[in-house]
Design a protein around this ligand. Structure first.
Ligand code: 13P
Length: 253
């Protein structure tokens, strides 16, 4: 059975004290919550809070991820954080190719591919984002766009390497807008992504790949999104900044 994953992407939010408070709230809430045994929580805080967040991690259902990584190994790259550094902090996951990084920091599919390579080399699991912007959806180009992102970003991997990948479908028009994809739109795209993976790596790899949905996911819509056969969880932005909402989503399976 594929893992159910609920990952919180805090983006550039929270000061140190606020981050500590939120982690405390999440842990307190978790104490009185029964999560499905197959559910994995991942919290992806800003870089400066990775270690603090790791201190809360129990290495089983509550894990820690970074939001970004350098595509280079080591050296004179001011401001960058390498996969080796994340490995040395025992960070398990890292988001790559988020639409905000693609839009504001010019992260191309080629850069995504190099970041994925760095992460795999250092034993981290990449959470690789894909998704179309509104104009592409309106022009019915969403499948073409996502196919290109997946093909150019990931299909250089061996089947064994691909086994480490988590895919996150985040339609850009749904991110932070309050406009969620319908369960049908999510299922349709997730099934399409799985079919691409099956075509390239075979059914077994495709059936084992967790594909998350992201974009205005909240406790009130998580259940109907997660009820779909190919939706294995969520990558949560705004709602991951409140313990009640984050845990509310995690219990929606
Ligand atoms: P929102 O949940 O705030 O729409 O953000 C989704 C997202 O970008 C997660 O990576």
């Amino acid at each position: 059975m594929r893992k159910h994953i609920v990952a919180g992407n805090w983006k550039m939010n929270k000061t140190f004290g606020e981050a500590d408070d939120l982690l405390n709230d999440i842990m307190t809430k978790l104490e009185s919550t029964t999560l499905d045994a197959n559910t994995q929580l991942i919290v992806c805080p800003p870089f400066p809070y990775l270690e603090m967040t790791s201190d809360y991690s129990d290495d089983s259902y509550f894990m820690v991820g970074a939001q970004n990584v350098s595509d280079q190994e080591v050296g004179a790259y001011t401001g960058e954080v390498s996969a080796a550094m994340l490995e040395s902090l025992e960070i398990d996951y890292c988001i790559v190719g988020h639409s905000e990084r693609r839009a504001y920091y010019h992260e191309t599919n080629e850069i995504v591919a190099r970041k994925v390579d760095q992460l795999l080399k250092h034993g981290l699991k990449p959470i690789v984002c894909c998704g179309e912007v509104l104009e592409e959806r309106e022009a019915n180009k969403q499948f073409e766009v996502v196919k290109q992102q997946i093909t150019e970003g990931l299909f250089h991997l061996t089947p064994e390497q691909f086994g480490e990948i988590i895919v996150a479908y985040e339609p850009v028009w749904a991110i932070g807008t309050g406009k969620t994809a319908t369960p049908e739109q999510a299922q349709e795209m997730h099934a399409f992504i799985r079919s691409l993976i099956a075509e390239k790596y075979g059914n077994e790899v495709a059936e084992e790949t967790s594909i998350l949905y992201g974009g205005s996911c909240k406790p009130s819509n998580a259940k109907e999104l997660f009820a779909n056969k190919d939706v294995d969880g969520g990558l949560i932005g705004g709602a991951s900044l409140k313990a009640d909402d984050f845990i509310g989503i995690a219990t929606a399976f």
